[in-house]
Design a protein around this ligand. Structure first.
Ligand code: S3P
Length: 427
């Protein structure tokens, strides 16, 4: 259990290690490319460690010198058969994206994950990968462990995503890199676009949605990149600076990919005093600085189309919503139920512990206007979910007596530096 003391204001500068989603892809694409790639500022999260160790198990040489990872990729279908299971740990991105690669290898493999990942749905990637001819055998039709056997029936497809999910889109795209003929992925609601940007895929907006075309000509070549700071990790600190009085933070070199920093756009619409300054670009990904100051906020209606773009930030946005005028409400977000925890149940449970009037819906939740009105005696539950843990660490800091979060170490899944960063900005 971790105790978070009260904080009256925050001041200073923060920089974040590389964005988790971009880091996963940097490791995957560098492992696929034949030859050496150099990646600066890779995420130090446990999730990206899972991706690295899966590729090491497939024979890829990966080493760190100073702040640069050197990855000696194996080239097209060049991975070596693993001697054991491929352990994705807590990382859905690792398990799902790997599946698209593994169906195209000449050896059998089994993907496993921790207790949380073993409860998360895999059918969403199994369905399109089977349409491509992949041979995947999950547990109980939907779950890890999942065994993948070589197939001689593999082919490109045209696939309309049934769920707005970058993980499904990327699993299909990674398989599609193995065919001369084009695979077309159609998405009707946008989701994060790192795979498209980093592989330089053809993306066209047409009447029926966005068409993403992928073939072997997009197979990655060795590269060098600087991973922008993790904008999702920054969200916890941006919210803290907004809701605490007399606060100001400068966050340097974070990802300003519009499909990831969309939560900042919404916070500005809520009245947030946030200045954005774009500075540079690396492999299609834009990087910049964000200055944030204490603000008077009001809750807004969050459109359905925004939800996939803020899916990881909804827990901390809802904490922000407690301190804004009007009720915080989120709908169209049933995907929250299949994240590292059921994030709707987890949020509602903890918000009620804080004495807040909260309503739960199948696809969202609402927090009725009004500040927590009783001392928090019990510790908040992290549910083993990093984003729930950090959201309630932020809320704890607001209370005069602070608060406690059980099993806070799960924050290492995305940001092992959270506590150090929090201590460095106490005003
Ligand atoms: C991710 C995509 C999102 C997100 C996850 C990381 C990615 O999942 O929640 O944390 O890196 O592709 P979905 O796209 O499946 O919603």
């Amino acid at each position: 259990m971790e105790l978070f003391g009260s904080i009256s204001r925050v001041k200073g500068e923060l920089e974040f290690k590389g964005d988790k989603s971009i880091s996963h892809r940097a490791v995957i694409f560098a492992s696929m490319a034949k030859g050496k790639s150099y990646i600066h500022n890779l995420s130090i999260s446990e999730d990206v460690h899972s991706s690295r160790s899966v590729f090491q198990a497939l024979g890829v040489d990966i080493s760190l010198s100073e702040n640069t990872w050197q990855i000696s990729g194996k080239g097209y279908k060049g991975f070596t058969p693993p001697t054991g299971n491929l352990d994705s740990g807590n990382s859905g991105t690792t398990a799902r994206l790997m599946s698209g690669l593994l169906i195209n290898q000449k050896f059998k493999s089994t993907i496993i994950g921790d207790e949380s990942l073993s409860k998360r749905p895999m059918k969403r990637i199994i369905d399109p990968l089977r349409l491509m001819g992949g041979r995947l055998l999950p547990t109980n039709d939907n779950f890890l462990p999942m065994t993948i056997t070589p197939s001689d029936q593999l082919k490109p497809i045209t696939y309309t995503l049934p769920i707005a999910s970058a993980q499904i889109k990327s699993a299909v795209a990674l398989s599609a890199l193995h065919f001369d003929d084009e695979t077309t992925i159609i998405e009707t609601f946008p989701s994060r676009n790192h795979t498209e940007l980093m592989l330089g895929l053809s993306v066209t907006k047409e009447n029926d949605g966005t068409f993403i075309r992928v073939s072997k000509k997009n197979y990655p070549l060795p590269f060098e990149m600087t991973v922008p700071g993790d904008v999702s990790s920054a969200a916890f600190f941006i919210v803290l600076a907004l809701i605490l009085p007399d606060s100001e933070l400068l966050i340097k070199n974070i990802s300003l990919n519009p499909e990831r920093s969309h939560y900042i756009t919404l916070l500005k619409q809520m009245g947030g005093d946030i200045e954005i300054q774009e500075t540079k670009e690396s492999l299609g990904e834009s990087i910049g600085n964000v200055r944030v100051r204490s603000s008077k906020l009001r809750n807004i209606v969050i459109p359905a189309a925004s939800v996939p773009l803020i899916i990881d930030e909804i827990p901390i946005l809802s904490i922000c919503g407690i301190f804004a005028e009007n009720d915080f409400e989120i709908f169209n977000a049933k995907e929250l139920r299949v994240k590292e925890s059921d994030r709707i149940t987890a949020m509602v449970h903890n918000l009620r512990l804080a004495g807040l009037e909260t309503e739960e819906f199948p696809d969202g939740f609402a927090i009725r206007e009004g500040m927590p009105n009783k001392p928090i005696l019990q510790a908040f539950e992290s549910f083993g979910d990093h984003r729930i843990a950090m959201s309630f660490a932020v809320l704890s800091c607001i209370f005069a007596d602070g608060g406690k979060v059980n099993n806070f170490s799960c924050a290492n899944i995305s940001n092992p530096e959270f506590i150090k960063q929090l201590n460095s900005i106490r005003g």
